[in-house]
Design a protein around this ligand. Structure first.
Ligand code: ADP
Ligand code: MG
Length: 698
């Protein structure tokens, strides 16, 4: 039976509409004020909201509530409490107070804190974020919250994100006021994250320790066919996949997540889902929820959903495209617009973004750094590790003409008079697509494409918002003393200056080429090839200053995050190397041995029958396998030795560098030989499925 989408959409969300229906008018108004203007929420309002929320939740089958938060593990966390409250008569009532809604006190001792939360003070606080709607998941009312330590330091991804949204709003409003926009009291950033993922059969997954423990395959030879035919991209959906997607859409819609686009991706078994964009904070929460629902629905269909950045070597990995823009009451500030005045405003914001990406390219790169994503960035399937901006020819020409005081000539039709009186009317450019750029202007938004598929989008957006806030604040400082009459000229000069200073970050060509790497170096752009290389930038002076100035992170918070990211990197690699050794010793070498034995056995029995039966082929095969067996054994020994050594390095930065410089190359070398041996091995000797079985039989 066809689903009636409008009927189920948002069924499990305590949405604005539900609040309007369920809350007394004055309470609704007070809550709306808190949500829209970030004002303090009085306890009596919280109490009234709690009652309405509880009643609505119970009506929808909920028995528990939880403060849903995003600790620095990168996942979401929840601790469920039931609504029940025993009475003296021995029965129960269902209770939920304003205090319980607003604040929680989970034990924080087992979440990463980077040394902030001393173990004797295990308490952490969760605080309700009323700007992101509560929802029901598996019979539990989930209340989006921020998570901080007893002393008030952020221990999560939401708090800094909210702070960065406030910062960009404050700075943008100041600049807009100067430009005569007294009507704007706040801006927000918007995000639409396109999510890539793989689906493989659960039965296959269960047999692979590497997938179970690390999310990616550590061994596995390429099948005769990979993705070279490009026959999967946008291909017709297989019925079972289609059923999964249908179910997924429905589950997401019920949670109020506007899932919109779905299609097959480049690699076999790879797919993508994109929702309609939301306010950044809500988009972050919903993307976390989307990833969770994807995994859950996949299980229901006998699949496992892989969100690792690079589950299969030699096959495209999965990323997440972070579409981002700035909006003032529904007006997209990155829309080129139609009238000259709007264009001035557009150019100011465009230049703020370009300047931000140039000045804080290191932070943007850092915001997408992880052990998993290191396999993609710069590997010619995802953008290079060099952060640059694709603007398209038309917009680049406009900036050129401003910089050089020349006329902008759009097919000989539009001319631009310098002095910012008449600026050209740009049209939304959808033809000019460049998939190799990490940061592309796509008509009325920027698309940051370097994110890994498993990432929370909170981190990259925190950096983006803060960096743009900083450039806007610099613009404001430069313009604030200028008289109204002189303003257009001053704005024009400012734009021109910004173009001159930052045009080096603009690159419209093919980012996958070696020439670009050389050219970028000449331009003085950063090229951080690995996570350990870029992580120290988090506590670099310029960057600490930025975050402290806009009150996004304190020094303590930054140092803690740096430590956590390093630790995460080292732990990830530690698990990977141990898993690889385990598979080699307990599965792969025994399989090789078994087949060798079979070959040798065949040689011996043939020889015992008659000396005239030929055994040359088996002997050759056995010799080849024996040779590979020795090599694999030795390479594995070296990997084990280096893994132990890594564990003895106390300094996390040095340990991370050792993993990157020594352990990863060890693993790569071992894999090459093992994969070579796998190609000589009949499939049935392996206790786990091959690439071929996983990728092509789904
Ligand atoms: P693509 O062609 O890049 O694959 P998709 O349609 O898959 O495009 O995804 C584009 C994403 O950009 C969607 O999530 C869409 O909602 C989002 N988007 C569109 N406009 C904006 C905006 N102003 N701010 C943020 N995201 C936006
Ligand atoms: Mg897309």
């Amino acid at each position: 039976m066809a689903t009636k989408v409008p009927e189920i959409f948002g069924e499990y969300v305590f949405s604005d509409k539900v609040m309007r229906d369920k809350l007394p008018k004055d309470i609704y108004k007070a809550l709306r004020k808190t949500i829209d203007n970030n004002t303090h929420l009085e306890l009596d309002v919280a109490n009234a909201v709690a009652v309405a929320m509880k009643e609505w939740a119970i009506e929808h089958g909920a028995t528990h509530f939880t403060h849903w938060f995003q600790p620095l593990t990168g996942y979401t966390a929840e601790k469920h409490d039931s609504f029940i409250s025993p009475t003296v008569c021995g029965d129960i009532t269902m209770d939920f107070s304003g205090k319980e809604l607003v604040k929680g006190e989970p034990d924080a001792s087992s979440f990463p804190s980077g040394g902030i939360r001393a173990t004797f003070e295990a308490r952490g606080y969760t605080n309700w974020d009323p700007t992101s709607p509560a929802f029901i998941k598996d019979g539990t009312l989930c209340i989006p919250t921020a998570f901080c330590s007893y002393s008030g330091e952020a221990l999560d991804k939401k708090t800094p994100l909210l702070r960065s949204m406030e910062a960009i709003s404050t700075e943008a409003v100041k600049v807009l006021k100067l430009l005569g926009r007294d009507d704007v009291t706040g801006v927000s950033t918007t995000v639409g994250p396109e999510q890539e993922y793989f689906l493989i059969d659960e039965e296959d997954y269960k047999k692979r320790k590497d997938l179970i423990f690390t999310g990616r395959t550590l061994l596995g030879a390429m099948p005769p066919k990979g993705q070279e035919m490009d026959d999967h991209y946008f291909g017709a959906l297989k019925p079972r996949v289609s059923e999964f997607m249908h179910d997924l859409d429905e589950e997401l819609w019920k949670l109020g997540i506007p899932a919109k686009t779905k299609h097959n991706e480049v690699a076999p078994c790879q797919h993508e889902l994109a929702p309609v964009f939301d306010t950044t904070n809500v988009a972050v929460d919903r993307n976390q929820l989307t990833m969770e629902v994807m995994k859950k629905v996949a299980k229901k269909h006998g699949y496992v959903c892989l969100l690792h950045e690079k589950p299969f070597a030699g096959i495209n990995g999965s990323g997440k495209h972070n579409n981002w823009s700035i909006t003032a009451g529904g007006e997209n500030l990155l829309d080129p617009g139609k009238t000259p005045d709007e264009n001035i405003q557009f150019l100011v914001f465009l230049m703020a973004v370009i300047s931000a990406v140039d000045d804080y390219a290191d932070l943007l790169r850092l915001s997408v750094a992880s052990a998993g994503n290191d396999h993609r960035l710069g590997a010619n399937e995802a953008p290079p590790a060099i952060i640059s901006i694709f603007l398209g020819d038309e917009l680049t020409a406009v900036l050129d003409s401003i910089e050089n005081d020349t006329f902008f000539d759009k097919k000989g039709k539009v001319q631009m008079d310098i002095g910012a009186k008449v600026l050209p009317h740009f049209t939304k450019d959808t033809t000019d697509r460049n998939r190799t750029s990490p940061f592309a202007f796509t008509g009325n938004k920027f698309e940051f494409r370097s994110l890994g598929s498993s990432f929370s989008v909170a981190g990259p957006n925190t950096v983006l918002n803060t960096a743009v806030a900083e450039e806007l604040s610099k613009f404001y400082e430069e313009l604030k003393g200028v008289s109204k009459a002189k303003l257009p000229e001053a704005v024009h000069a400012l734009i021109k200056k910004a173009i001159k200073a930052h045009k080096k970050v603009i690159f419209n060509g093919n980012g996958y080429t070696d020439e670009w790497v050389k050219e970028a170096e000449k331009r003085g752009l950063y090229n951080f090839r690995s996570t350990p290389e870029v992580l120290p930038r988090l506590v670099e002076k310029k960057n600490m200053k930025l975050f402290e100035k806009h009150k996004i992170y304190s020094e303590t918070e930054l140092k803690a995050r740096y430590e956590i990211m390093l630790e995460n990197y080292c732990k990830t690699l530690h698990i990977e190397t141990l898993t690889m050794q385990d598979m080699i010793v307990k599965q792969f070498l025994p399989a090789l041995m078994e087949y060798s034995d079979e070959l040798v056995g065949s040689v011996l029995s043939k020889k015992s029958l008659s000396s005239s039966i030929k055994t040359g082929a088996e002997e050759k095969q056995a010799a080849e396998l024996s040779d590979l067996y020795q090599k694999i054994y030795e390479l594995n020994e070296k990997l084990a030795k280096d893994t132990k050594k890594a564990g003895t390095i106390a300094d996390y930065q040095k340990q991370a560098e050792f993993y990157h410089g020594t352990v990863i190359p060890d693993m790569e070398k071992l894999r090459v030989v093992a994969d070579e041996a796998e190609l000589l091995l009949p499939d049935e000797f392996l206790p786990y499925p091959t690439y071929e079985q996983m990728l092509f039989y789904v």
